[in-house]
Design a protein around this ligand. Structure first.
Ligand SMILES: [Zn+2]
Length: 99
């Protein structure tokens, strides 16, 4: 199970439209399960540009957030790393020993 979006910084106290949150992957995912092809999903990846928190959520505020711009993720190295780990997350066991 992926991590949920866990930003608890001051952005969360602002009205949604004023938060520095962007949608990295809107309502879907590129999953290792299907060879990194696009798969529609109820969940979106949201990035907080203020504290760098990133995670998946199906909260309705996603509809009111802008999409991320090129460079947003790269400007947050920790978020980028977390996102890549999320994308490459695999079920344990099935892929064990597979190199
Ligand atoms: Zn935050």
């Amino acid at each position: 199970m992926s991590v949920s979006f866990s930003c608890h910084c001051e952005e969360r106290r602002k009205p949604v439209e004023q938060r520095r949150w962007v949608v990295v992957t809107r309502k879907g995912n590129y999953s290792a399960f299907n060879g990194y092809r696009w798969a529609s999903s109820a969940y979106s990846d949201v990035l907080c540009l203020f504290c760098g928190a990133i995670g998946r959520t199906k909260a309705r505020f996603v509809d009111r957030l802008p999409d991320s711009k090129p460079g947003d993720l790269e400007a947050n190295p920790l978020s980028q790393q977390a996102h890549e780990e999320h994308l490459s997350s695999r079920p344990t066991g099935r892929w064990a020993g597979c190199k």
